[in-house]
Design a protein around this ligand. Structure first.
Ligand SMILES: Nc1ncnc2c1ncn2[C@@H]1O[C@H](COP(=O)(O)OP(=O)(O)OP(=O)(O)O)[C@@H](O)[C@H]1O
Length: 358
């Protein structure tokens, strides 16, 4: 196993890139700690697969280096990197049995038969394919084949890292939850460095200890699920994480106060003078409808979504969502919305501004 370091890494698919816009991956420096469970999260086209393919060696970066431990592997072939990779769609040998498919990476490495038997048994139990071990892979459902691909990715204990590229896309929703739980358990047991690419925040937040959020070819934040929720470093993280995402209101910020369309909002920290396009961000969970405190609020509609209600409306003339506990009535007296000062983040040109003591 190894720590993976990306140094001044950038990639363009264009032969002669002329600016930032030509880079699928803009310059980044990043360390994946040995044994960490990471999710790489972002919208379609933000560069997740490009980054993963550079780590695995399927793609050579236009600039920068990839280090496994102290070793520079930037120009090394995939086969020299000692990694396992699981793709979005199943990669299995149809003419082989499920057992032989799972054993393949171990036989390739010349492991002894008793070890292979035990390890294949262990992985088969984990992914729930024990009953089909002697069947040929041909004819199995896409779902079952993908489970075998996952099993093959996890069967070797001596890999530097396991890379997953949206591995649960073809798996049915119930099984998804189960496999995710098993991946997590496997990580706890073997402490492989795992990087799991997804555009699904639930998958990312339940699988990973640390989530790396990408936006338009950049890593905009790496943090625990709690950090991403409480202190998004970029407005994209605020919007992308949470359901609905963080509310962003255009504002002027002076010291420990924000002015939103003429109405004053108390902030939990002192921001001095903020320049650039300034917004305050508040999660719908930290806004409370009131009969007079806070910003004027008009209700547009109320949605019941199981464990809570989402009230969609306008705060001081700007779109805003508020989450209420299930069953809470929305009355005509709810004319304002109060924002919890400590939970407000301030953004200048989309990046979070650090506040000082009030
Ligand atoms: N082989 C290629 N040649 C040219 N452009 C490419 C190539 N592969 C990806 N791109 C472009 O690079 C950008 C990043 O793509 P990438 O596949 O890395 O994103 P992603 O976040 O993995 O998206 P998705 O979730 O849709 O797979 C996109 O604009 C894409 O069109």
């Amino acid at each position: 196993m190894a720590q993976i370091t990306l140094k001044n890494l950038a990639h363009s698919y264009v032969a002669n890139p002329s600016g930032d816009k030509d880079y699928a991956l803009k310059e980044l420096n990043h360390v994946w700690q040995d044994g960490g469970a990471y999710a790489l999260l972002g919208a379609s086209g933000c560069g997740k697969t490009t980054l993963l393919n550079i780590i695995s060696g399927l793609l050579r970066p236009s600039h920068g280096q990839v280090l496994f431990g102290d070793r520079d592997v930037t120009q090394a072939e995939t086969s020299e990197r000692n990694i396992a990779q699981v793709f979005q769609f199943p990669v299995v040998y149809d003419t082989m049995t499920v057992r032989d498919n799972l054993a393949f990476p171990l036989r390739n490495r010349g492991m002894d038969a008793a070890y292979i038997k035990a390890r294949v048994g262990q992985i088969a139990a984990m992914i729930g394919v024990e009953a089909m071990l002697d069947r040929k892979a041909r004819g199995l459902t896409a779902d079952a084949k993908q489970k075998i691909s996952l099993g093959r990715g996890m069967v070797r204990e001596d890999v530097n890292a396991i890379l997953f590229d949206e591995p649960l896309t073809v798996i049915d929703p119930l099984m998804k939850w189960e496999l995710r739980t098993q991946l997590k358990q496997l990580h706890r047991e073997f402490r492989h460095t795992m990087i799991y690419v997804t555009h699904d925040q639930t998958e990312a937040l339940t699988f990973a200890d640390k989530v790396v959020v990408m936006h338009e070819g950049r890593v905009v934040q790496m943090g625990t699920p709690e950090e991403l929720f409480e202190t998004p470093e970029h407005t994209f993280v605020g919007y992308f994480i949470g359901s609905p995402g963080m509310n962003l209101l255009n504002a002027e910020v002076r010291g420990n106060k924000a002015i939103v369309n003429g109405a004053e909002v108390a902030l939990g920290a002192d921001y001095g003078a903020v320049s650039g396009r300034t917004q305050i961000g508040i999660r719908p969970d930290y806004a409370v409808l009131t009969a007079g405190d806070g910003l004027p609020f008009t209700v547009a509609r109320v949605e019941d979504v199981g464990r809570h209600r989402i009230v969609r409306g306008q705060a001081a003339g700007q779109p805003m969502n508020v989450i209420l506990p299930e069953g809470t009535p929305v009355s005509a007296e709810m004319t304002h919305v109060a924002l919890t000062p400590d939970r407000i983040n301030v953004y200048a040109d989309d990046w979070r501004v650090q506040g000082g003591t009030v």
